[in-house]
Design a protein. Structure first.
Length: 303
């Protein structure tokens, strides 16, 4: 009896070539990123394990070798995990055919497929952040938008719009490429700059002469009454010696109309239980230009 050979006919799976295929953003460099991360971790980890004085009796070389072996095992496990995610990212795709938008999404232990007929798509938009972070958003009836980060999002959008609208022509965006400061305005910037520089120089000159002939400049100095002193500094600060204790800061100002010197200061004082508080005080002195003195409450401080 002849044995008949039974030929198993394999079913041919028909495939079609996609018009546009999009891959996960950064997939072309994701493997390099993972390698750099693992490499840096390997170098830094090994350095931390073996660092120290190798000639020391407490160095414990073989103990460190054991730690290094354990570290390499952990690093190897991390590699397999990252490689697993990388393989899933490589297989994940979004493609466009004449009839549908098709997506295959891979995560560990799971593979999902999504098919959106073209007549269910309302519109498609793209979002670019810092030029390199590109996102494709496909809006559809009664469903949440499909969001996919990919490099060729604009190409996908253009081709999809072409199929949806059956129009290969783009709408022309007629605009004049211009900046806030137009080229016609640049020639005036030189004059504006010269005017600003001249104004600053003029203010400097005015400041110089007003300071040289300022009455306040002549008031700077030390005014004394017995063991008390009022010292007015040219930077606007002052000192009160023998008048107020524990002064933390002091400043003075001159009122030309009233011919008075106003002094403001902060001082510290202690209360019960050793608690120290800070308070604000002030004094007003009448200034006599003739004898260059400060007077308050009948007490005259002379220079």
């Amino acid at each position: 009896m002849k044995k008949e050979k039974v030929k198993k006919e394999e079913k041919e799976v028909k495939t079609q070539k996609a018009l546009v295929t999009s891959r996960v953003l950064f997939i072309s460099v994701l493997d390099k990123i993972y390698l750099v991360i693992l490499g840096v971790m390997g170098i830094v980890g090994t350095f931390n394990i073996f660092r120290g004085s190798i000639s020391s009796l407490k160095y414990g070389f073989f103990g460190r070798v054991g730690k290094e072996i354990l570290f390499l095992i952990i690093l190897g496990i991390m590699y397999f995990i990252l490689n697993w995610f990388y393989k899933c990212a490589v297989k994940t795709m979004l493609c466009l055919t004449k009839n549908e938008v098709y997506k295959e999404h891979y995560i560990p232990f799971k593979r999902t497929e999504l098919s959106i007929p073209l007549n269910k798509i309302t519109r498609v938009t793209t979002v670019n952040v810092f030029w390199i972070f590109r996102t494709l958003i496909i809006h559809q009836y009664h469903h949440l938008p499909l969001v996919f980060m990919t490099w060729n999002n604009q190409e996908f959008k253009d081709k999809l719009n072409e199929l949806i609208t059956s129009d290969t022509e783009k709408v022309e965006n007629e605009f004049k490429n211009r900046n806030i400061i137009t080229e016609e305005m640049y020639k005036y910037l030189e004059y504006v700059g010269l005017a600003l520089a001249g104004l600053i120089v003029l203010l400097g000159v005015v400041r110089f002469f007003t300071y040289m002939f300022s009455g306040e400049r002549k008031m700077v100095g030390t005014y004394t009454y017995e063991n008390s002193k009022v010292i007015l500094n040219k930077n606007g600060s002052c000192e009160l010696i023998g008048l107020v204790e524990n002064v933390q800061s002091c400043s003075w100002d001159y009122d030309k109309s009233d011919k008075e010197v106003s002094i403001s200061y902060e001082y510290q004082y202690s209360r019960s239980y050793g608690r120290i508080n800070t308070n604000i005080g002030g004094k007003t002195f009448k200034y006599n230009k003739e004898d260059k003195s400060l007077e308050v409450n009948g007490t005259k401080f002379t220079k």
